[in-house]
Write a protein that binds this ligand. Structure first.
Ligand SMILES: N=CN[C@@H](CCC(=O)O)C(=O)O
Ligand SMILES: [Zn+2]
Length: 419
């Protein structure tokens, strides 16, 4: 077999070896760490992973690229399974309001917040949305993200929801980062339906979901299940309908109030429940029993400044598989930096570096139903790999706020080279 890229002498190689399924409890600590590691790539796949030298049955050719991994940490490409990538405008105008004590949900109730991004997204052309999202995607790739999820939800009318999803589809075709799309028409109740919310729920169920499914624009459906937004019952109806059309479920659950989002996620067999800052212990237990992944978003807690963070330690203790995401969006988490999220997870959620790496690789892959092709460095999987300019995993998390990436390899191609 002929190698196209060989990365050798790797100080710390994070393989995430083990079964392609969500890691829980102590499993989250086993990241398959190899010192003096070697990874070999041929075309777009990993063909060897181990320790020491190139094995005899793998040959190099004159174009084989040999990368010296001394002083470097190598991991699977990072996966960000919760973003609101495609949207118009920005919301820095809300910063002084928040500093003056106005709450995130009060801004929304007054017609701002998500609803102001809805206006900006409705008014933006396909090209404008594409360019803006492409810029963010480039930053994410620079930070080591090779696959991410992108939600609609800033349209709230059928044309704009479809426009957002079509932008994501086109970017997925043209950009090295793989994008998994989620339909989130149930992100807020538009002002014009405030007195008639049932009408809006019916539009989502009877018009939007069938159209999104017909155009094959989303694999997942998500709902902002929160006090003052969508109720448990509305969320159940929307996600069950989406299931009929073949979409997996995700929920924005118990972000602010413990209204039973975690319990609902377990009941309907959602793939993930996200946020969970206010989730009840009973909800966490039910998630563990039903294998629902907790996708935690500590950058959002940080940016909302509430001082409230999801109880990751309790979730891990109870056997809930934990993933981590940026939640990149213009309101509550305007950052593309997943490495920063990893540092927040360690400091604020008390997750160990090993748990953090499990959360942004294999568990995130599971949260996108991609665990058979990405999320670990394993023979036969996609050659999506990050080389960090860092001698060990702890340093990446400890030295926070900067970009530790040296190189990013996507589908066997070096797409980012920073040093
Ligand atoms: N909480 C709901 N949705 C997004 C925020 C959207 C926005 O504020 O624009 C979130 O996940 O944080
Ligand atoms: Zn979100």
């Amino acid at each position: 077999m002929k190698a196209d890229i060989v990365i050798k002498n790797i100080s710390q190689l994070v393989t995430m070896e083990g079964p392609d399924k969500p890691r829980i409890k102590e499993e989250m600590k086993n990241i398959g760490l190899i010192e003096n590691g070697i990874v070999v790539i041929a075309r777009d796949k990993i063909i060897y992973v181990g320790e020491g030298e190139l094995p005899d049955d793998i040959e190099s050719h004159e174009k084989t690229k040999i990368i010296d991994g001394r002083g470097k940490t190598v991991t699977p490409g990072l996966i960000d399974p919760h973003t609101h990538l495609v949207h118009g405008g920005s919301r820095e105008n809300e910063l002084p309001m928040k500093l003056n004590g106005m709450k995130y949900m009060d801004i929304l109730k007054a017609g701002g917040g998500i609803l102001s991004t809805v206006k900006a997204t409705q008014n933006a052309s396909f090209e404008e949305l594409y360019k803006k999202a492409e810029k963010s995607l480039n930053i994410m790739l620079e930070f080591g993200v090779t696959t991410l999820e992108a939600k609609s939800g800033y349209g709230l009318d059928i044309e704009t929801e479809l426009k957002q999803l079509r932008v994501a589809k086109e970017l997925n075709k043209n950009h090295p980062v793989d994008i998994v799309s989620t339909f989130m028409g149930a992100h807020a109740i538009p002002l014009e339906y405030k007195q008639n919310r049932e009408e809006f729920v019916k539009i989502i169920i009877n018009e939007m979901i069938p159209k999104v499914a017909e155009e094959k624009l989303a694999e997942f459906c998500d709902v902002f299940c929160e006090e003052g937004v969508f109720t448990i019952e509305e969320t159940r109806r929307i996600l069950n309908e989406a299931k009929e059309y073949g979409m997996y479920s995700k929920l924005h659950a118990d972000e602010i109030e413990p209204i039973g989002g975690a319990e609902l996620a377990a009941e309907i067999g959602a793939v993930s429940a996200d946020h969970l800052v206010a989730a009840s212990e009973q909800g966490m237990k039910m998630m563990a029993e039903n294998g629902v992944i907790a996708d935690l978003l500590p950058a959002t807690s940080f940016n909302l400044g509430s001082g409230k963070y999801a109880n990751a330690r309790k979730m891990i203790e109870l056997g809930v598989p934990v993933a981590l995401s940026t939640d990149y969006n213009p309101g509550s988490s305007p950052t593309e930096n997943l490495q920063l999220v990893m540092s927040f997870a360690s400091i604020m959620l008390k997750m160990t570096p090993e748990e953090v790496f499990s959360a942004v690789t294999i568990n995130s892959a599971c949260s996108l139903k991609r665990e058979n092709s990405i999320g670990s460095i394993k023979i036969g999987k996609k050659a999506d790999i990050v080389i960090f300019d860092s001698p060990n995993i702890n340093y990446i998390i400890y030295h926070f706020g900067i970009n530790h990436v040296d190189k990013v390899i996507k589908n066997g191609e070096i797409v980012i080279e920073r040093n």
